[in-house]
Design a protein around this ligand. Structure first.
Ligand code: AMP
Ligand code: MG
Length: 398
């Protein structure tokens, strides 16, 4: 059986970012950049005042208090007409361009205005105080973002300040979700004896939305090959097909056969992890196909560990960014015996100022509420089976 790292490598090696499109800046948040962004000019474009107050010359305020002649006012958006001569000050507003000769801005709170044309500076300051230099944020002609940068609201702000009305981003994948299982019924239908409601499709669609993508549900396939194949064919029209259920070793676990018979090349089946061992991955015309196990916890864990990195790559991510792992002190002992990588549902606690983690109790993989109680997954490596209370383990936040 392949390891989690091998499985992830196979997945990431099999897919490439989708093609790029040009989009309006407002539509680009949550997408990944497909072009290099070089600054056309300095940001800020000119030296300007960081606070409301007075533009002065540092040599005039070495000894304070000192009285200076107020020769004018510079509002934000206007440009000073004259340079600042010795002994002079100008009233200046935050963001206004500083006059030539000025190298200090003195905040209003450090001054006393004696009359319309006199101000007393009460505190001294070094050259550069309250002056925001041209190019201090971004220098003209420098590379600001490289292709593969995820665009969050703050990156959108930087692009706006550079005047990028349109940006080249990667197209987001279309994703189809196929639920399988004779026992699974839609959530708005009556629940006959022996049946359960379809929670997986909703969990997966919510996870996909968290990544800024949309999923289309293909409904629930029965455990019959003809029904599975018909719906799989439909799903293969999307950029990504995700199925749940039917990938185990049961008599009616027919998803793998149905995938093969619809032309999907199976790249791997079964990964040395718990939960989620029966995970299946295949490729159809360069498009990834994931067969997630039906157990709700297994489906969510395998999505986070394997489908999410694949979606990020399709969205344009150039290098895999592993989830942030924190070190936490284990509150209760965990024993495993199977040499698998385990993802244990955990709750972070404050352990005298450092991070502690306890498990949510039973780890059976159908208990969805235990994932709801959890705020992290404790990642236990393959090569060790005994974890004592008090030792450090790695956790990934949920
Ligand atoms: P399977 O992987 O098909 O063997 O299913 C494993 C377990 O997950 C069984 O108990 C199923 O009833 C359950 N299961 C399968 N699909 C879903 C689903 N869409 N929503 C909730 N539970 C499911
Ligand atoms: Mg099933």
């Amino acid at each position: 059986m392949i390891s989690a790292s091998e499985a992830l490598k196979i997945i990431l090696d099999s897919i490439r970012p989708l093609e790029t499109i040009t989009a309006g800046l407002e539509q680009s948040s949550g997408s990944i950049l497909g072009e290099e962004i070089v600054a056309p000019g300095d940001i800020p474009p000119f030296d300007n005042a960081a606070m409301d107050g007075f533009a002065v010359r540092s040599e005039d305020i070495r000894k304070v208090p000192v009285s200076l002649t107020v020769v004018g006012e510079i509002a934000a958006g206007s440009t000073p007409v004259n340079p600042l001569a010795p002994g002079e000050a100008m009233s200046i507003m935050t963001g206004a361009k500083v006059p030539a000769g000025c190298d200090v801005g003195i905040e209003q709170e450090w001054t006393e205005r004696k009359s319309d044309n006199r101000v007393t500076i009460l505190r001294s300051a070094d050259p550069g105080h309250n002056i925001r230099r041209a190019g201090s944020d971004i220098r003209a002609a420098t590379t600001v973002f490289t292709p593969g940068t995820f665009l969050r609201p703050q990156e959108i702000g930087v692009l706006a300040s550079l005047g990028k009305r349109f940006v080249v981003i990667h197209r987001k994948p279309s994703i189809a979700i196929l639920t399988t299982g004779n026992e699974v019924v839609e959530i708005d239908k009556p629940l006959p004896d022996g049946k359960i409601r379809n929670s997986n499709a909703y969990v997966l669609s919510a996870l996909i939305r968290q990544l800024g993508c949309e999923a289309r549900s293909l409904g629930i396939a029965t455990d019959e090959k003809s029904d599975l194949k018909a719906r799989i064919k439909e799903g293969l029209r999307a950029d990504v097909l995700i199925t749940t259920g039917g990938v185990s070793v049961g008599k009616y676990d027919l998803v793998m056969d149905a995938l093969k018979e619809t032309g999907v090349e199976i790249k791997f089946w079964k990964v040395n992890i718990k939960p989620g061992m029966p995970l299946l991955f295949g490729i159809h015309e360069n498009k990834p196909v994931f067969g997630l196990p039906g157990n709700p916890v297994s489906a969510m864990v395998t999505f986070l560990q394997f489908v999410k990195p694949a979606l990020m790559r399709l969205m344009g991510q150039r290098t895999y960014a592993p989830p942030l792992r924190l070190h936490a002190r284990l509150e209760d002992e965990i024993t495993k015996s199977d040499g698998k990588r385990h993802f244990v549902r955990g709750v972070l606690v404050n352990a005298n100022g450092s991070i502690g983690v306890r498990t949510t109790g039973s780890q059976v993989s159908n208990i969805l509420t235990s994932l709801s109680r959890a705020d992290c997954l404790i990642v236990l490596p393959e090569n060790r089976n005994q974890f004592k209370a008090g030792e450090e383990v790695e956790v990934e936040l949920l």
